[in-house]
Design a protein around this ligand. Structure first.
Ligand code: GLU
Length: 425
């Protein structure tokens, strides 16, 4: 069987190709030369599979989509507190290049507007100027798995007319948000924005954010989970210029757009997505890109606020009965709060009728902190109440806090043998 996903993406692309609204960005002269008909979409699953349609190899400059990754790199280098001392996390509701600072703290409002992005750029490792952009480029290359180039024509074109960003950088220098040579900082930031990518690269990068910072291709944990949570939160509240609120309510996927026409979105736990089309709306977002993302989100029910209840599938209906008086609970998948709560409630509902219990966690993929605690508590409570508990736990997921009295085995059949032996005694 061939998966229908590429066909679905091709259809979606065709449906969103109609109408011709928007303008090419022209404040960077070279961007006004872009081919307005190019259009592409790609999604990347959390295990690294890319589905794409349209001009999927067409390269464009990353522009502002570099900002969340520069933020991630700065956070990785300096830690959250140090970065927060320099750049806030409040949506600005202003244009991306507004000359503004938080009145009270004199910090840029967030890392997604230029004032915050220039400050963040200056926190990157590497020498001022090209060095910091190279550090970011190296990170993006690890995320995409291929070598990337800087578009020298776009870089030079933007730098020649970067008066606005220069004035922002002077303002930042004046309040001590950045140090050193202002023109070097702006040159480095401009270079960071001129790195060329295609939609598949962006989808892969987004897929890593959706996968809690782990690269499925290399299995490398590039960013820790809390860092990714921080980046996605800021993308959610500030990623779409002054159209962020509208975007969140209509599309509901944490995203970042760039003036070359790309939009990157990351749906935590599900996949990364990227779209491209160069004509922009008044807020600076790709017109057909927004349309594609809106349609994708609507068709597939992807809005983050529309998450499905996940607990129901965590308790399997046992296929075998060990013994009539033994209660068998088989857990599967990821066990977080909702799943742990469901198990505890089921045990409670059995009340006095709870016989010896077997808890089989051999199909559990991951336990988070609260999921683990709830399961350990469940075992401890049953033991306190004198209920015999057998644990099938080949991955040793439940170790700390489990009383040694419980019978621990690796496979279900070992458990059956142990029970039969116990019965014969
Ligand atoms: N290099 C662009 C600038 O700083 C990026 C803007 C954007 O993509 O929003 O003006």
């Amino acid at each position: 069987m061939k998966t229908p996903l590429p066909d679905y993406l091709a259809r979606l692309l065709a449906q969103c190709d109609s109408g011709d609204g928007g303008q090419l960005a022209d404040y960077i002269p070279e961007l006004a030369q872009a081919d307005p008909h190019k259009m592409a979409i790609a999604i990347c699953t959390t295990d690294g599979v890319v589905y794409a349609a349209g001009d999927t190899d067409y390269e464009f400059t990353i522009q502002s989509i570099s900002k969340p990754f520069a933020y991630a790199l700065a956070l990785r280098e300096h830690g959250l507190d140090a970065v927060l001392r320099k750049v806030g996390v409040e949506p600005s509701g202003e244009a991306f290049n507004e000359l503004s600072l938080d009145e009270r703290t004199e910090r840029p409002l967030n890392p997604m507007i230029n004032a915050g992005a220039i400050t963040t750029h200056a926190l990157l490792p590497g020498s001022p100027g090209a060095g910091r952009a190279q550090a970011l480029q190296a990170l993006l290359e690890r995320m995409t798995g291929r070598s990337l180039q800087v578009d020298e024509a776009v870089y030079n074109s933007e730098l020649e007319t970067a008066f606005r960003n220069l004035s922002l950088a002077y303002m930042l220098r004046n309040v001590g948000a950045v140090q050193g040579d202002v023109s070097e900082i702006v040159a480095g930031y401009t270079r960071q924005c001129a790195i060329k990518v295609n939609v598949q690269d962006l989808a892969r990068m987004a897929g890593i954010l959706a996968n809690q910072g782990r690269c499925p291709r290399t299995r490398e944990q590039l960013f820790d989970r809390k860092l990714v949570r921080q980046v996605l939160s800021v993308m959610t509240s500030c990623g779409m210029y002054n159209g962020a609120g509208d975007w969140l309510s209509r599309v509901g996927i944490p995203a970042k757009s760039g003036v070359a026409g790309g939009i990157l979105g990351a749906l935590p736990g599900q996949f990364g997505v990227a779209v491209f089309s160069p004509k922009l709306d008044e807020a600076g977002n790709s017109v057909r890109g927004v349309r594609m993302m809106e349609r994708l989100s609507g068709d597939m029910g992807l809005h983050v606020m529309e998450a499905l209840p996940t607990a129901r599938a965590s308790l399997r209906n046992p296929e075998v009965q060990v013994r009539a008086d033994i209660d068998l609970y088989e857990l599967q998948g990821d066990i977080h709060f909702a799943q742990g709560e469901l198990l505890l409630r089921n045990l409670q509902d059995r009340g006095q009728r709870l016989g010896p219990v077997i808890l089989d966690v051999s199909r559990v993929i991951e336990l988070n902190a609260i999921g683990g605690r709830l399961l350990v508590d469940a075992v401890a409570h049953m033991q306190q109440e004198g209920v015999w508990v057998g644990l099938v736990d080949p991955g040793q997921l439940l170790q700390q806090g489990i009383n040694a009295k419980s019978l621990r085995v690796n496979t279900f059949s070992q458990l059956q043998t142990a029970i039969e032996a116990a019965c014969r005694q």
